[in-house]
Structure formats: structure tokens, C-alpha cells
Ligand binder design. Structure first.
Ligand code: SF4
Length: 319
């Protein structure tokens, strides 16, 4: 059975933008300041795995990555405040695994960020297998006074794919983390990569259904990018990896995914972004993030659909 959703008639409503969510909650914009707080990652240091996820090279997307010792958190926040007087910010703990430290250390870092003027909350990116209940309890306490998102790297709901990209966890770890996070006043965002090796369109649509079922509050979409210094770069160079050829190919698939995603889920981002373009091997598109967003709206409008237009209520079948 398919649930039909009444689609909005005006462009800004074709999908649920993060900017609209902030307007609804705070009456105006809120900006995220990406931070590198000096964390490491259990999928790199041998605790869970070595070598990291096959697509990951943090300096490609994190402006401060590699220099945490030289740039204190407070300075990173100050540099990130590029908007005018009265602007509000979330401290976005972005690089590596931002709950991978003793509780006291986490508390010190989160407190330092929240002590900065105009910082109204936190967004904490982490692995779904790196949030023991004690960490969730700590975040729950912050959520009582501050706006709080946790961003779980999922990438795909298919264990075969997770294994292929060396994520070091399974889908059930994500489902468990979401279930233990819900009800604590913490907003939950899932990161998904479209175009991962071996994934069909149908598999990516199943990931959307899995996110609906888990009950996440937000999704951040990335298209698969091949970055220097990653295992994917070697696969790409020897011809065993394909990427989206054009932005148009990606946009068509992204719209299919948005149609399958519950309309109440906030879209944090539509495509991957690199902050160090010299590290991007493929795909290299002329379109900016803004042009991709406009093209997504045009495509949904052309189809006469919107986010959630074709949400299915049956449970997907996973690996
Ligand atoms: S994507 Fe995240 S979990 Fe994977 S290697 Fe990079 S920092 Fe670690």
C-alpha cells in the first residue's frame, strides 16, 4: 500500500529544508560551525577496525581537520561566526567520532563550545556503535537546556554494503542507537551516501524506508565522491568503481529517494561538499550546491511530487 501525501504548491515546500526547520523553531536562521575537537575514530585506531571507511579522508570536508592542537575550539568557533550581529549558531562537532572519549572529556569539550556567545546548541557527529547509554544520558542533559542534534553515520541500510565500505558496524547497530536515543529530546540525523559500490536504485530506496521505520528526524544526503588518500581512490583508478557521471543522474535518483522519505524528516543537505576541492578525484561537476538544490525542486515540480509522495508503509527487507 502507498500513502499519498498532498504536495505543496509553492517551491520552498518541495522538501523539508533545514532552514525551514530552524525558522519554525527559532523564528530565523541558525548556522552550524564545523569543528575539529581532536577526536580520533575507532575504525582507524584498531579498536573496531583499521584504515577507516573506504571513502573517508576527513581533511577533505573539515576545514580545521589536522590542526586541532593549533586552533583551539573557541578560536574555531569565533572564525566560524561569519554572520551579523544577533546570529545564532550550533557548534558542529564534525571531524571523526565526536563521542569517542571519556565522559569527562566530552563534557569539557561540549561545555566549552556552549560557553561561547551566540552558540545555542550542539550538533554531534558520531558512529552508531559509539554511543553507550552514559553518553546519551550526558547529551540528554544538554538537550534540556540547548538545541541538540546527534548525527549518526549510517550510509546504507544494507550490511553487505557496510561491509564493502569497511564501516565496521551493521544496520542493527544504527537501529539500536536510534531506538536508545529517541525520547531524550535529542534530534536524530542520519548520514546516507547514494551511489555506494554494489548498490542498486532499489537498495537505496530501501534505505529510505528503513529511515522512515527507525523514526529519524533528519537526513543528510551525500553523493559518492572519490577522495585522494582513500581506498576508493585506488579502486576508482583501477577502473573497478563507478560514480554518478552527471549531476542530472544524481538528482533524478535523489528525487526518487525524497519521494520515499517521510515528509516530516528534515533534509540537512542534498549532496556532498568538499572544503578542499584539490582532494576531489571524481565526480567533478560544474553545478554548485545551490544549483543542485534548485534542480531538485524543478525536478520534483516537473514530476508533480514532493518529499514523502510515495512513502510505503510496508517494512523493507534487508540483508
Ligand atoms: S567516516 Fe567516520 S567512522 Fe568512518 S573512518 Fe571516517 S571518521 Fe571513522
Amino acid at each position: 500500500m502507498t500513502i499519498k501525501v498532498k504536495c505543496p504548491e509553492k517551491g520552498p515546500g518541495w522538501y523539508y529544508r533545514l532552514s525551514r526547520f530552524f525558522r519554525e523553531h527559532f523564528g530565523g536562521p541558525v548556522y552550524k560551525i564545523p569543528l575539529d575537537a581532536g577526536f580520533s575514530c575507532p575504525n582507524r585506531d584498531g579498536t573496531i577496525g583499521r584504515g577507516g571507511c573506504s571513502y573517508c579522508y576527513n581533511p577533505s570536508f573539515s576545514p580545521h581537520s589536522g590542526a586541532p592542537g593549533r586552533i583551539p575550539l573557541e578560536e574555531q568557533l569565533r572564525r566560524g561566526k561569519r554572520k551579523g550581529k544577533g546570529a545564532r549558531y550550533l557548534a558542529y562537532f564534525q571531524s571523526y567520532t565526536n563521542t569517542y572519549a571519556p565522559l569527562e572529556e566530552l563534557k569539557t569539550l561540549y561545555d566549552r563550545a556552549l560557553a561561547e556567545p551566540d552558540v545555542i546548541g550542539l550538533s554531534v557527529a558520531t558512529r552508531p556503535d559509539c554511543v553507550p547509554d552514559a553518553v546519551l544520558h550526558l547529551l540528554e542533559n544538554y538537550a534540556r537546556k540547548h538545541h541538540l542534534w546527534i548525527e549518526y553515520g549510517l550510509q546504507s541500510a544494507h550490511d553487505l554494503t557496510l561491509e564493502r565500505i569497511n564501516r565496521g558496524h551493521r544496520f542493527r547497530h544504527f537501529a539500536d542507537a536510534v531506538q536508545r536515543t529517541r525520547g531524550r529530546g535529542i534530534y536524530i540525523c542520519a548520514h546516507v551516501i547514494l551511489g555506494l559500490p554494489g548498490e542498486s536504485r532499489e537498495m537505496m530506496l530501501q534505505t529510505m524506508e528503513a529511515l522512515n521505520i527507525c523514526g529519524v528526524d533528519g537526513v543528510k544526503f551525500h553523493h559518492l565522491q572519490v577522495i585522494e588518500h582513500t581506498p576508493l581512490a585506488a579502486q576508482y583508478r583501477c577502473g573497478s568503481l563507478a560514480v554518478f557521471k552527471t549531476a542530472a543522474d544524481y538528482i533524478a535518483l535523489l528525487c526518487d529517494c525524497l519521494e520515499r522519505l517521510s515528509p516530516g524528516i528534515v533534509i540537512h543537505r542534498l549532496a556532498a561538499q568538499v572544503s578542499a576541492p584539490g582532494l576531489l578525484i571524481a565526480p567533478i561537476w560544474p553545478e554548485s550546491a545551490g544549483q543542485i538544490a534548485a534542480a531538485v525542486e524543478r525536478e520534483l515540480k516537473r514530476r508533480g511530487t514532493c518529499q514523502g509522495h510515495a512513502v510505503k508503509d510496508k517494512h523493507a527487507c534487508f540483508d
